[in-house]
Every structure is written in structure tokens, then in C-alpha cells.
Design a protein around this ligand. Structure first.
Ligand code: NAP
Length: 481
């Protein structure tokens, strides 16, 4: 069993308190290794390292920063297979999804390696012949990043790539369930020869204490968080004291809307992909499937056939479509949503239970589930399920479905399937979401601003927009002699 170490200041270190914890495979319960269990002292050491590295990295010519980031990108791409395997082992998703995640995450590094060369300023007319107004953009400083377990690799690269491009240095705290992908990236940071302290990765089971240190340590300029809305709100409250810059990528409750003029086969393919990717554990998973009444029967028949054909299993096995849930807590949430829906009259068209026979008995596996006769008062309609459960609802008119889709405090992703350009524009503009997929369900692109409105977040990751949160404007009013 491998004993991993954390990366602080380009050195592999133990936690100062000497503690470690085990990382397990959610499909088998097997212990994959142990990692240091960092405390506040370690977080401070990582922040100090990032703080010392900031002048070096931020003043480095953009071309050199770009080259360093490209080396990191290339190293990730060279190791895709190993990284994907490790990711599947600690997180559970099927190997092909893990590969896609690693590649997508690497592409953020590649894209921002280019973007770092395009951080321009402005020249504005001054108030007199002798005045010149310059606007420059400078990196905010040390960035603390907190990431979730559902995308153990790309949630990290999606944060460190724009931060590094802006000239910031970083301390990353990955989720305790999935630290191995983070430490594998740390290895590549070393190989890519990024200067010491530019990227530091600490593993811990004490998120509240480390989070508090990030919020109160004056050397940290900004916090970038991906996770639940609940924790996001805590961090915003905590950031007030020092007005710490905060970016948040939070939960979602995505409506997936199928109009009667849609290509039904396409809609089915995307609905299955969007709902069951990562066993339903993504922030942009379809959480409510709305089908226009006249095509509901035809859609449900095709959708059900496709869901019944999904193969549940260990993500490492060829042919697996759905892996395990991350842990018992995740199962309890899914089960409570299904039980509540059942008790309020929903029909379970398939699934609706845990898989307990061998080989499923060693992990937390849930049968892909489709619910019909779902009503708006059910728990599944109010909260993010984060599991492989598709509630199907019907609607009559465009106005009705827009109102129902918007009737939530979340606002991350929404999907519409229609062949009408006019309708896609009308509905797309009316949906109160940060992202709308039109006849498409894949939304994470390095060149596009990923993120939510309402209680789904603050700020965007991706695109030139994703650089903004890591930069501050400085205006200089210059009077010539
Ligand atoms: P979570 O419980 O909020 O945890 C996310 C991260 O925050 C973990 O590293 C966690 O560590 C840490 N954390 C928890 N409490 C903290 C505190 N008081 N201070 C500082 N850090 C703290 O979320 P999750 O269950 O892991 O992830 C799933 C959620 O993430 C879902 O809601 C999903 O929609 C959202 N998500 C959003 C996006 C997006 O781009 N919008 C992408 C992926 C996931 P511990 O586990 O040790 O508590």
C-alpha cells in the first residue's frame, strides 16, 4: 500500500502532526493508499510558500509562464491513461469518463497557457495635454482552491490554469475522498519544473479548519471554491471580515426540456448521458426531465429502453456505464429522494433500489432509476439529487415549462431540445441559468465561461472571462514633466 506525501514548496512532505488517513476505492472498499492529514500548521506552510513564490511567478515574462504551463499540459497528456486509472480507482467513474475528464482538464491548462500572453491593458485619454491614463491588470496574489470529489482532476486544473496564467500562485485542498489525482498532478507540477511554491497541494480531513485558515490568513488574496451551495454560503460569510475575493462554482438543479419538435433519438441520447454521467454526480446533471405532452409517451419508451441497457459496475471493467456512488451518505440522499417521490405517488419505471448482490456488495451501487408521475412538491424537484435518478415530468406550453424550470433557487445549467431556432433563442434567453445547452448536453469547454447564477455560484471558470477573477485592475494617472 503506497504512502503518498503532499507537495509544499516543491518538496514532498508529511503533515506536521504526523497524521495520515486511508483512501479507499468506492467500488470495492479496497484501501488504495494513505495520504498525510494536514492541519492548520501545514496550510500556513503552503500559504507561506505560495506567498514567497508570488513575486517570482507574477513577474516572469508571459512567454516563459506560457512555456511552463505547456510543459505541464504535455505531461498530463502523456500520462492520460495512468491518471485516468487512478481517478477511476479513487472516485469510481467509468474509465472512459475518467479519461475524458483528464483530457478536458488538461485542455484548460493548454488554453490558459495561450491566454497568459493576452493579458492586455488600456490607454485612456487624460484630462490635460500632460496627463496619460493607463489601466493595467495585475494578479490578485495567493489563491486558495478548494475542490470536490466528483471531478478530482479537472476541478483542480480548471482553477490552477487561469490562476497561473494570471500570475497567481496557488494552494490546493482537494476533497478528502479523492486526493490521489491531486497528488498525481503535483508530481507533474514538479516534472514541469514550475518554480517552488507556485503550486502547493495539501491533503486533509479537516476542511473547516483549513478553510478558516484560508479565510483569515492575510497572505491569501482569494478563495476559489467548487462544491455545495451550503458550504459556499459559509465561505462567503467568512470572507466578509477581510473582504477576501471569492469565486464559487456550486450546486445545480438542471432542467432538461424536450419540445415536441425535437429529434427524439438525439434527446434520449443526451438525456441518458447528462443524467447518468458519473452516476448522476455532476453539478450539471439533468435533474428534472420535462417532456412536452404530445411526445411524452414516445420519449419515455425510448428513454426507458436506453436506461435499462446501462451496465452498472466497477469503472475499471470494460463496458461499465455507471460506477458506484461515492459513499453511504450519497446513497442515503438518493434513497430519501426516491422514497419521498414514491410516498407522494411517483411511479418507478425502472430501478429504485440499491444493488446488493455480488459484486455490488463491496461498494455503494444504485440501480439506474426512472420516475414518472412526478409532481412539483416532491423533494426530488426541490433539491439536487446527485445520483442516477431521472424524474420525468410533462408540460403543455413553452411559457409553462419556462416558469417551472426557473422555479428554483439554483441557476447553473439548463438544456433544451428543439429543431426550432426561434424557440431555442426565446427559451434560452428566458431561462435563468448561467449555461444553456441547445441540442447539446456537454458544457465544459476551456474557451467558454462555465458557471451559474442565483445560488449556483459567483464568477465563471473558462474562457477569457475565467481570467478576470484572478486579476485586479490598476489605474495609473500619469502626469508628464
Ligand atoms: P462539499 O461538501 O461542499 O465539499 C466541497 C469541498 O469543500 C470539499 O473539499 C470539502 O471537504 C470542502 N469543505 C467542506 N466544508 C468546508 C468548510 N467549512 N470550509 C472549507 N472547505 C469545506 O461538496 P461535495 O459534496 O464534495 O461536492 C458536491 C457538490 O459540488 C455538489 O453540490 C455539486 O453540484 C457541486 N459541484 C459544482 C460544480 C460547479 O462547477 N458548479 C462542479 C462540481 C461539483 P470535506 O469533504 O472534507 O468536507
Amino acid at each position: 500500500m503506497k504512502a503518498y506525501q503532499m507537495l509544499i514548496n516543491n518538496r514532498w512532505v508529511e503533515a506536521a502532526g504526523g497524521r495520515r488517513y486511508e483512501v479507499t476505492n468506492p467500488a470495492t472498499g479496497e484501501v488504495l493508499g494513505t495520504v498525510p492529514d494536514a492541519g492548520v500548521e501545514d496550510a500556513r506552510a503552503a500559504i507561506d510558500a505560495a506567498y514567497e513564490a508570488f513575486p517570482v511567478w507574477s513577474r516572469m515574462p508571459a512567454l516563459e509562464r506560457s512555456r511552463a504551463m505547456r510543459r505541464l499540459y504535455q505531461l498530463i497528456m502523456d500520462r492520460v491513461d495512468d491518471l485516468a486509472r487512478l481517478l477511476t480507482q479513487e472516485q469510481g467513474k467509468p474509465l472512459r469518463e475518467a479519461r475524458a475528464e483528464v483530457i478536458n482538464g488538461a485542455e484548460f491548462v493548454n488554453w490558459y497557457a495561450e491566454e497568459t500572453r493576452r493579458i492586455y491593458g488600456e490607454w485612456i485619454p487624460g484630462n490635460s495635454e500632460k496627463h496619460r491614463i493607463w489601466v493595467i491588470r495585475q494578479p490578485v496574489g495567493v489563491v486558495a482552491a478548494i475542490t470536490p470529489w466528483n471531478f478530482p482532476s479537472s476541478m483542480i486544473t480548471r482553477k490552477i490554469a487561469p490562476a497561473l496564467a494570471a500570475g497567481c500562485t496557488v494552494v490546493v485542498k482537494p476533497a478528502p475522498e479523492t486526493p490521489l489525482s491531486a497528488l498525481a498532478l503535483a508530481e507533474l507540477v514538479l516534472e514541469a519544473e514550475l518554480p517552488p511554491g507556485v503550486v502547493n497541494i495539501i491533503t486533509t480531513t479537516d476542511a473547516p479548519a483549513i478553510g478558516q485558515e484560508f479565510l483569515t490568513n492575510r497572505k491569501v488574496a482569494k478563495l476559489s471554491f467548487t462544491g455545495s451551495t451550503e458550504v459556499g454560503k459559509l465561505l462567503v460569510a467568512g470572507s466578509a471580515q477581510q473582504l477576501k475575493r471569492v469565486s464559487l462554482e456550486l450546486g445545480g438543479h438542471a432542467p432538461f426540456i424536450i419540445f415536441d419538435d425535437a429529434d427524439l433519438d438525439l434527446a434520449v441520447r443526451h438525456a441518458v448521458g447528462s443524467k447518468f454521467r458519473n452516476a448522476g454526480q455532476t453539478c450539471i446533471c439533468a435533474n428534472r426531465v420535462f417532456v412536452q405532452e404530445s411526445v411524452a409517451e414516445a420519449f419515455i419508451e425510448k428513454f426507458l429502453a436506453a436506461v435499462k441497457a446501462l451496465k452498472v459496475g466497477n469503472g475499471l471493467d470494460a463496458g461499465t456505464d455507471i460506477g458506484p456512488l461515492i459513499n453511504e451518505e450519497a446513497y442515503e440522499k438518493v434513497e430519501s429522494h426516491v422514497a419521498d417521490a414514491r410516498s407522494r405517488g411517483a411511479a418507478v419505471l425502472c430501478g429504485g433500489h440499491r444493488l446488493t448482490e455480488s459484486p455490488y456488495d463491496r461498494g455503494v451501487f444504485y440501480a439506474p432509476t426512472v420516475l414518472a408521475q412526478v409532481t412539483d412538491d416532491m423533494k426530488i424537484m426541490q433539491e439536487e439529487t446527485f445520483g442516477p435518478v431521472a424524474p420525468i415530468l410533462t408540460f403543455r406550453t413553452e411559457e409553462e415549462v419556462i416558469a417551472r424550470a426557473n422555479d428554483t433557487t439554483y441557476g447553473l445549467a439548463a438544456y433544451i431540445f428543439t429543431r426550432s431556432l426561434s424557440r431555442s433563442v426565446r427559451v434560452g434567453e428566458a431561462l435563468q441559468y448561467g449555461m444553456v445547452g441547445v441540442n447539446e448536453s456537454l458544457l465544459s469547454n476551456p474557451q467558454a465561461p462555465f458557471g451559474g447564477v442565483k445560488e449556483s455560484g459567483l464568477g465563471r471558470e473558462g474562457g477569457h472571462h475565467g481570467l478576470e477573477p484572478f486579476l485586479e485592475y490598476k489605474y495609473m494617472n500619469v502626469m508628464l514633466e
